[in-house]
Unconditional design. Structure first.
Length: 222
């Protein structure tokens, strides 16, 4: 007897039967993830169809009413609408299958929470705020203290050096007074010889003895 091989379409969520052997049924979580992947693919196809429909509609709006190119675009637009309707139906069926698969225990597997190694991010934020609030005033106060100390060192002058500079200033002032007195004396003598009898004797042309007169010394300036 010849056994007839009947090929049947497997129901959603079940493994296909292969002639000559059996395949182990996939787990509930695998079926659930497969249906989710199918949903994502159908959504991508639907977005592509909608984008194509928008392009065709835009071309029809820009085209004249009696143009010969409108007929192919309108036919294509009808085809796009039919495919969009079919994809919508497939998405609806996929949604029902996902709901059925999610009801099976063990289908929905929660992802393990990520274990953060080290301190949390809040610790770094709080640490930065703490350093800004605490260390910034301390650094400013330390800088002001160093600046005041350096200013005090500069302003504090040795007493011996100050006394020496004072004596030098007094000596310079005394020298200036003496030089001024000498200059006054020279100017007085020059004026006396220029305006006195010495000028008349020189202008006479004869050598006559000059009477000696006592020349008053210039008054000492205070």
């Amino acid at each position: 007897m010849i056994q007839a091989k009947v090929q049947t379409t497997p129901a959603p969520g079940t493994a296909p039967v292969v002639a000559g052997g059996t395949r182990s049924a996939p787990s509930a979580s695998a079926v659930y993830e497969g249906l989710k992947a199918q949903r994502n693919e159908l959504n991508g196809q639907l977005e592509g169809l909608q984008s194509t429909r928008r392009d065709i509609t835009s071309q029809l709006e820009d085209m004249a009413a009696g143009s010969s190119d409108r007929a192919p675009l309108e036919a294509r637009l009808k085809d796009i609408d039919a495919r969009t309707s079919a994809v919508d139906q497939m998405i609806a069926g996929n949604a029902a299958q996902i709901a059925q698969a999610a009801a099976i225990p063990g289908a929905v597997v929660e992802r393990p929470r990520e274990i953060i190694q080290g301190p949390p991010e809040e610790a770094y934020v709080l640490g930065g705020i703490f350093m800004f609030i605490v260390f910034l005033p301390l650094s400013i106060a330390l800088a002001r203290r160093i600046w005041r100390r350096s200013a005090a060192v500069v302003t504090s002058f040795p007493r011996e050096l100050a006394d020496r500079l004072s004596r030098m200033e007094q000596a310079v002032e005394a020298t200036a007074v003496e030089v001024e007195r000498i200059g006054e004396g020279q100017r007085f003598l020059t004026r006396l010889f220029t305006e006195g009898e010495g000028a008349r004797v020189i202008g006479a042309g004869a050598a006559q003895p000059l009477e000696r007169k006592q020349v008053k010394s210039p008054e000492r300036l205070p």
